[in-house]
Design a protein around this ligand. Structure first.
Ligand code: MTE
Length: 317
């Protein structure tokens, strides 16, 4: 008995991991997964230049062994071409194609509000100052699709420690860049009325939780624009809309801040928004999810599989 290894509840056996060679041969990969023409049409062609470009400085960062459970990663091209980033478009497959004008360097981030050490720091500087690592996380969108992504980044808690929040700071508010000239969705007829710029919030204990990341890249390279370059939040036990992209402002506040989606639909997108298969969205079930690249339907897990780590934050739940 003593030798039995207790697997975390999110463990997937090695036998289910797709061999790396399959990833290298994209066409065979698609065939093996049984994706038909519909699946293929969703995917962009990779240019030879993109395949042979040298890896950017620092990347890939060392994968943290505690977050490397051997899951089959989501096909990278699907993760990069099926995006929710309403500043560009409501159409997931259009987002990537509309990012041409979006400039992500320099990228000053303002850290302010109830803290001893407010600062403005560039995203590129953070990459050199923070303890960068790679972590494989599940990611679950409120629309009932999911992916498994290797993020590069650092715990948000490390930046919070630098800013030294005051005791009265109970929440953190995040804001995305406000650039109507670069984000066509901010002025397009269908989305111009939205309360731009995109904003989100976390309780301080959620923000300080070791799972909460500020991610500057994924799949061993800097973040693609459509995935939230140059820096985004990743909160893996909450629905994906909490993971705000292209962050320019981080503010310590005393009262629970409003969020973008809560403002648009308070009954559908509450502040907390923890993944819970037993609490349906008012318009659809959350009991299962579609694995975004394979199309498989799997059961959704409480807190997206991170209950061991985060259930203690929600004692009454
Ligand atoms: N952040 C901003 N600024 N704008 C957005 O529209 N969409 C959210 C979240 N962060 C969004 C955002 C939603 S609904 C999801 S599911 C994830 O980003 C999608 O991240 P991905 O495109 O990298 O998969």
């Amino acid at each position: 008995m003593a030798n039995i290894v207790r697997r975390p509840d999110w463990y997937i056996p090695e036998s289910q991991v797709t061999p790396e060679a399959v990833f290298r041969n994209r066409r065979r990969f698609i065939r093996e997964l049984g994706l038909g023409a519909a699946g293929i049409s969703l995917l962009p062609q990779i240019s030879p230049a993109a395949e042979t470009a040298p890896p950017p400085k620092g990347y890939p960062f060392k994968r943290n062994a505690a977050f490397n459970p051997g899951w089959k990663l989501t096909d990278q091209q699907v993760a990069e071409s099926y995006n929710n980033f309403y500043e560009f478009s409501l159409d997931k497959e259009q987002v990537r194609l509309l990012t041409g004008k979006f400039t992500t360097s320099p990228w000053p981030i303002e850290i302010k509000g109830l803290c001893e050490n407010p600062m403005t720091i560039d995203a590129e500087e953070l990459v050199t100052q923070m303890p960068m690592e790679e972590r494989v996380y599940r990611f679950r969108c409120v629309e009932a699709w999911s992916m498994i992504v290797p993020w590069s980044g650092f715990p948000l808690s490390k930046l919070i420690e630098k800013a030294k929040p005051k005791p009265e700071a109970k929440f953190i508010r995040f804001e995305t860049a406000n650039r109507p000239e670069q984000f066509p969705g901010m002025t397009s007829p269908r989305t111009a009325r939205y309360p731009w710029p995109y904003f989100e919030g976390l309780r301080m204990d959620e923000a300080m939780h070791p799972l909460t990341l500020l991610a500057t890249g994924f799949y061993g390279k800097p973040m693609p624009k459509q995935n939230g370059a140059p820096i985004r939040l990743v909160v893996p036990w909450k629905y994906g809309y909490k993971s705000i992209k292209s962050v320019v402002k981080i503010e310590f506040v005393a009262a629970q801040p409003k969020t973008f989606w809560e403002t648009l639909g308070p009954d559908e997108y509450p502040f907390e928004s923890n993944v819970n298969p037993k609490v349906p969205h008012p318009r659809w079930s959350q009991a299962t999810e579609r694995v975004v690249d394979t199309g498989d339907r799997i059961r959704t897990q409480l807190y997206n599989g991170y209950a061991d780590q985060v259930a203690k934050l929600y004692p009454g739940a």
